[in-house]
Design a protein. Structure first.
Length: 230
């Protein structure tokens, strides 16, 4: 991918969000949601995103004056997600690296997993202290459209997914290299210092945990090698 291709991908992803958002908003208005500005319970979830979304968020990080501080927080969070389960992570109440108080600092460009997640049950049922289930609107088809976009534009590499801090940190390295930004070296140094997993490795191990079956380490290495060659 070159810089112009990255710019085009970002524009197309934003256009896709613009097309899908009204569908989600209509469903939320029709079925009802307890989501409201200032509620940030879901911003403490371990949220996996697609590669195009990671590239977009990485580009936003590079435009910030405090990108160095953001990268350090991102590396710390990426290390945490690799050492715990989704449930444990939520109960640790680690805020998203893009959460500023109770406001999303990248709200206009938030990933599909965030923008199409609407709580249908009372907001108190989203808190970590609530032991029962919470209900959410089923907008999986909207997230699916973003997944389709990822694979359509990036091929097999578009299958890459990982939690926000892990994927964005890796994307910062690549995007910064394309932009000629000094953050490329900083991101690489943090990845090595904190021992951050490759996103594809995390994805494959996550799948293995969900099906409760071990995965062949050689397969992980083979897939990672294939992705690295692209």
């Amino acid at each position: 991918m070159n810089e112009s291709e990255l710019d085009r991908l970002i524009v197309e992803l934003r256009h896709l969000y613009e097309a899908l958002d009204p569908v989600g908003e209509r469903q939320a208005a029709k079925q009802g949601t307890s989501c409201a500005r200032g509620c940030a319970h879901c911003c403490h979830l371990m949220t996996a995103i697609t590669l195009p979304e990671g590239l977009l968020l990485a580009d936003l990080v590079l435009a910030r004056d405090d990108w160095r501080e953001v990268l350090v927080r991102m590396a710390q969070a990426a290390k945490a997600v690799s050492q715990t389960t989704r449930v444990e992570y939520f109960h640790q109440q680690r805020p998203c690296v893009f959460l500023d108080g109770n406001e999303c600092s990248v709200y206009a460009d938030r990933p599909a997993a965030c923008r199409y997640h609407y709580a249908a049950s009372p907001s108190e049922q989203c808190s970590p202290g609530y032991e029962g289930p919470m209900q959410a609107l089923n907008l999986i088809e909207l997230e699916g459209e973003v997944w389709n976009f990822a694979t359509h534009t990036l091929g097999d590499e578009g299958l890459t997914t990982a939690p926000i801090p892990m994927l964005v940190l890796h994307c910062v390295e690549g995007v910064a290299a394309l932009r000629g930004h000094e953050a490329a070296g900083a991101a690489r140094a943090l990845i090595e210092r904190f021992g951050i997993q490759n996103p594809m490795e995390w994805a494959m191990r996550s799948i293995a945990q969900q099906v409760d079956e071990p995965i062949d380490p050689a397969l992980v290495e083979a897939v990672m090698a294939t992705m690295a060659d692209r």
